[in-house]
Design a protein around this ligand. Structure first.
Ligand SMILES: Cc1cc2nc3c(=O)[nH]c(=O)nc-3n(C[C@H](O)[C@H](O)[C@H](O)COP(=O)(O)OP(=O)(O)OC[C@H]3O[C@@H](n4cnc5c(N)ncnc54)[C@H](O)[C@@H]3O)c2cc1C
Length: 326
């Protein structure tokens, strides 16, 4: 419920999330002279700031995620976006013609359109040692970080298509890849299982789970537990890639926006959701590939769709006013 005591500040569009998708939408909309508010509950930049090097963003050679995020933020601000970060959305009513959002229980904002660009996060194992060594050998993105493990021994945790396919892709860099999976069989497609199983650089350990990641500054070994007999085994590894699923940050939108079975927002190709005036972009939507480039692309499409939506809304209002007058 929105606290209506405080006066609402009105924008053309409110964007939820200041990762690459949200910032790109903001850049396009503000450049088209729309008033834009971007709200982020964390730090501006989203997941990009978790990676020390982004080497696959076209036209930008070797930039840190932090720097790329700051460049996008500066560009959005330059065009006039208002950005508030570290602020929690405490209420929202986005179903009607005018959308309203309450932040930190006290500030109220309204808009004609909303873009949800709340992103997501890779599912983690939930181990304390995993948290400590994240970004120091532990990664959730082979495309992003595989290159850092040239000729090294690494492990991949998981047994679905992502784990199997990424394990094979990591053999381009690593000396050896050990797949650790909790069940006695994989859940991937037969061809993905075959390719991984037959690869000379890949070893497979089934019915085992990671008990602990070891290392002071960086990861240097992984303790795994055999689920059949409870025995522990230490594997030397300087890298560990975890592919056990992905969690979209759609909690606040459940029951409001149509989600798929994985809780990802369902959009059409123009990034429209099932609610008029509400669009979604980036990692939060239902799609196969999640990269900065794909987030930026979705953000662009969402912004252009919003412009189209706002134009037709304006035309309808003008038409009905003209009809009333005549
Ligand atoms: C470790 C790591 C390394 C990576 N390296 C690369 C790489 O090298 N190259 C590459 O292309 N991709 C890389 N990726 C993937 C890439 O970062 C993501 O695909 C991309 O950031 C997705 O952008 P997004 O804007 O959709 O979402 P996000 O980046 O997840 O941003 C979403 C933002 O929304 C905010 N938010 C969430 N919920 C709310 C809410 N309720 N209210 C307000 N704000 C909210 C979050 O705080 C966050 O800032 C990497 C990912 C990780 C985790």
């Amino acid at each position: 419920m929105i606290n209506s005591v405080n006066k609402m500040k009105k924008y053309d569009t409110i964007i939820i999330g200041a990762g690459p998708a949200g910032l790109t939408s903001g850049i396009y909309l503000a450049r088209a002279k729309q008033s834009v508010l971007i709200i982020d509950q964390g730090t501006v930049g989203g997941q990009m700031i978790m990676t020390h090097k982004i080497a696959n963003y076209p036209g930008v050679i070797d930039i840190s995620g932090y720097e790329l995020a700051n460049n996008m933020k500066a560009q959005a601000k330059e065009f006039g976006c208002k950005i508030i970060s570290g602020s929690k959305i405490t209420g929202m009513d986005i179903s009607g013609g005018i959308k309203s959002i309450e932040v930190d229980g006290e500030d109220n904002y309204s808009s004609d359109a909303v873009i949800i660009a709340a992103g997501g996060e890779p599912r983690s194992l939930g181990l304390e040692s995993e948290k400590r060594l994240k970004g120091k050998g532990i990664s959730y993105c082979a495309t992003c970080d595989g290159d850092f493990f040239q000729d090294q021994d690494i492990v991949v945790v998981g047994g679905g298509n992502s784990a199997l396919e990424e394990a094979v892709s990591l053999t381009k860099y690593a000396r050896s890849v050990t797949i650790i999976h909790q069940f006695d069989h994989f859940q991937g497609f037969p061809h993905a299982i075959k390719e991984a199983a037959e690869h000379p650089k890949i070893k497979i350990i089934l019915e085992s789970v990671v008990e602990e990641f070891n290392g002071d500054e960086n990861l240097n070994s992984v303790i795994i537990k055999n689920l059949k007999d409870g025995s522990l085994k230490e594997i030397n590894a300087s890298g560990a890639f975890i592919f056990i699923g992905y969690v979209p940050r759609t909690g606040p939108f459940k029951g409001i926006i149509a989600l798929n079975q994985k809780d990802e927002i369902i959009t059409d190709i123009e990034m429209r959701t099932n609610i008029s005036g509400v669009f979604a972009a980036g990692d939060v939507i239902s799609k196969r590939y999640r990269q900065v480039t794909t987030a930026v692309s979705d953000g662009t499409i969402a912004a252009l769709s919003v412009l189209d939506f706002l134009n037709s809304k304006k035309q309808k209002i003008e038409y009905s006013l003209a009809s009333e007058v005549s």
